[in-house]
Design a protein around this ligand. Structure first.
Ligand SMILES: C[S@@+](CC[C@H](N)C(=O)[O-])C[C@H]1O[C@@H](n2cnc3c(N)ncnc32)[C@H](O)[C@@H]1O
Length: 183
């Protein structure tokens, strides 16, 4: 996945690899919901969330200065707020303020310590009935993607996330999305 001439994170984007229609349908976003796209990259999903949820609020968070700087320009005057932060060291988002936290190909990057820190921040900012959706690459040989020892199967994800697994769907040739519910 090379950087394209458009630059700014396009090289890391999963946009052409994932089926947005399936993802959006499975996420079942309700009008007015507050959504957080963690590790948003070029922000293509934050923009999709914004399109279908004009009365809501979308936070697009990434630790990459370049990605956030670019997204700030692109999303001026919309309901998307780009945030420069590392989700594992905490954010300035309010407690129990988010309906849906979405991560696409970000979770496998976290070390075990970071998974714990991520879990704590999710627990702090998610609403009591909120949900966490994670898209990850399948744990099998694929022509693209990270080394096998970084990949996480749905079963492994269930052990690492202290929430109730609610659904599991295939969202691309090599990708799945698992949704967890806060109780
Ligand atoms: C493989 S890219 C995926 C980008 C986008 N979600 C997509 O599906 O196209 C991973 C992104 O996660 C961001 N990231 C990694 N660790 C992070 C962390 N701890 N906090 C915030 N962003 C992080 C990276 O900067 C990068 O933009």
């Amino acid at each position: 996945m090379k950087n394209s001439h458009k630059g700014h994170h396009k090289g890391n984007s999963t946009e052409i690899l994932l089926n947005k229609e399936i993802i959006l349908s499975e996420l079942n976003i309700l009008p007015g919901e507050t959504i957080l796209d963690v590790g948003c990259g070029d922000g293509y999903m934050a923009k999709e969330f914004s399109k279908i949820n004009k009365s809501g609020k979308i936070y697009a968070l990434d630790q990459s200065k370049e990605a956030i700087k670019h997204l700030k320009k692109e999303t001026e005057g919309t309901n998307i707020s780009p945030i420069l932060a590392d989700i594992t060291t905490g954010t300035e988002l309010e407690e129990s303020s988010i309906d849906l936290i979405y991560l696409s190909t970000v979770f496998h990057i976290f070390s075990s310590q970071k998974i714990d820190d991520f879990g704590k921040e999710v627990e702090r900012i998610l609403k009591p009935n909120g949900r966490l959706a994670m898209v990850e690459i399948e744990k099998r040989e694929t022509p693209i993607g990270p080394p096998m020892n970084m990949r996480v199967s749905p079963g492994e994800m269930e052990k690492l996330i202290k929430m109730k697994p609610a659904s599991l769907v295939k969202v691309g040739e090599y990708f799945y999305m698992q949704i967890f519910e806060n109780e």
